[in-house]
Design a protein around this ligand. Structure first.
Ligand SMILES: [Zn+2]
Length: 123
């Protein structure tokens, strides 16, 4: 039994984690191999995807955070956060979100598909 690395998404032995700061969730191998800015980008990307795909509702607090992420200098994060923020305004609840956005904001649905947040031909 080890711990889960948020970058390589693998379970690794406890001694692979430093126990301090980011070291708690990122294994030593990833910390050595991947530049800091890239680690930050991956974490921010996962965070945005989490709000959209994993949560049943995007809360006002999440939207505040998305607002901050929409200013992120990390490549692609600003666009991603902006799209999810917009989706949260139209349909904060995951249930029937695609349907609602598809009906009210087909342009936004197109952007969500381009960002990989929605499947191109899901029903
Ligand atoms: Zn790792």
């Amino acid at each position: 039994m080890g711990r889960y690395c948020e970058i390589c998404h693998r379970e690794r032995p406890h001694e692979q984690f430093s126990g301090k700061g980011r070291g708690r969730v990122i294994c030593k191998r990833c910390r050595k191999r991947i530049p800091k800015a890239e680690i930050q980008r991956i974490l921010e990307r996962d965070e945005v995807f989490g709000y959209y795909c994993d949560q049943s509702n995007i809360s006002a607090k999440n939207s505040d955070r998305l607002e901050i992420l929409s200013q992120s200098p990390r490549p692609g994060i600003s666009e991603l956060a902006t799209v999810v923020l917009e989706a949260a305004k139209v349909a904060p609840h995951r249930r029937r979100r695609r349907e609602v956005i598809g009906r009210e904001r087909p342009d936004l649905l197109e952007e969500l598909i381009q960002c990989g947040l929605e499947e191109p031909d899901a029903v």
